[in-house]
Design a protein around this ligand. Structure first.
Ligand code: B12
Length: 252
């Protein structure tokens, strides 16, 4: 099977058949008309040969659909560019050795899920002793003082902790993105840190299921981490970037 990287299409049964599966809810009662409306909607989206393969009444005023269709479009993967974080990911032992050798002191890392967001699992996965999926969290790292403030922490409270603990790095988690609330929350934190005159003194990192590095930098953060991140990914970045900045200051 030879794949043409300059024009790839979704793969279903055979190469280049363009087969996709869409699932969505319509805010109408379930009926034959609702099913046909779902099919026509997918056709209007530009998919060929739409077929409703599953549909269900999911309560008064709502119906749910899974529709198969064929995409007409293709994409040239050779021209796709992603702004990735350049970091050499080390394991826990290597990171601990790096801190001991290159800093000779403990690093203070403060983390929180900010403002209205009550999701703790993401920040806990990175910071708590137990970690995530067999990867220990920052609390377990020799050389890192990890302060996990939990969720629904106001930006003001986080800023005060950053100052009190003389944080080297700040780890912010944002999970809810409804009505772009994460953008408002993340921007608010940057503005407060700037007003306090401490933005340039800390490494500011954000993570969450809908965060990537490009988006994080656009919002004024130093780096962004998405789904599947482990403590060693972010710890590797922290120690290497903090060291790079330290060297920069010495050279000036
Ligand atoms: C558990 C859960 C809850 C629990 C949270 C319990 C808790 N203590 O955290 C409860 C029931 C409280 C809850 C509430 C709500 N939830 Co909720 N919840 C979930 C659920 C099922 C799992 C989230 C989770 O724990 N994932 C596991 C962790 C490990 O993954 P993660 O967060 O992505 O973290 C990883 C990375 O993103 C990254 N990461 C995350 N943070 C950070 C930070 C840093 C610094 C770094 C480096 C990396 C990093 O590393 C982590 C490990 O790899 C998701 C759906 C889903 N399946 O994802 C919905 C979901 C997140 N919830 C959702 C919603 C809408 C809500 C509510 C608004 C519902 C409501 N109407 O009340 C409320 C919000 C409450 C609030 N004020 O925030 C939506 C969000 C939609 C959106 N795009 O905004 C989701 C996606 C469900 C859905 N499909 O609608 N929720």
């Amino acid at each position: 099977m030879e794949v043409n990287l300059t024009g790839i299409k979704p793969y279903g049964d055979t190469l280049d058949d363009g087969a996709v599966q869409l699932s969505f809810t319509l805010p109408i009662d379930y009926s034959d008309e609702a099913v046909e409306a779902a099919r026509l909607l997918v056709q209007k989206m530009g998919f060929d040969n739409p077929k409703v393969v599953f549909s269900r009444d999911i309560g008064r005023g709502f119906s749910y659909f899974i529709v198969y269709g064929k995409a007409k479009e293709s994409i040239d993967v050779t021209k796709v560019k992603v702004q990735k974080l350049k970091v050499n990911v080390m394991d826990k032992g290597e990171i601990e050795a790096f801190i001991k050798k290159d800093f000779g002191r403990n690093l203070n890392v403060v983390g929180a899920c900010i403002e209205s967001d009550a999701h703790t699992v993401g920040i806990d996965a990175i910071m708590n002793m137990k970690g995530y999926n067999g990867h220990k969290g920052l609390e377990s790292y020799k050389g890192i003082n990890a302060y996990n403030l939990g969720s629904q922490v106001s930006c003001e409270e986080l800023a005060a902790k950053i100052i009190e603990l003389k944080a080297d790095a700040v780890l912010v988690s944002q999970v809810v993105t409804q009505k772009d609330i994460h953008i408002a929350n993340l921007t608010k934190l940057v503005e407060i840190l700037e007003a306090e005159g401490i933005r340039d003194r800390v490494l500011l990192v954000v993570g969450g299921p809908r965060i990537d590095n490009k988006f994080a930098q656009e919002l004024g953060y130093d780096a962004g981490f998405g789904p599947g991140t482990y403590a060693e990914d972010v710890a590797s970045y922290l120690v290497q970037e903090l060291k790079r900045r330290e060297r920069e200051v010495i050279q000036e």
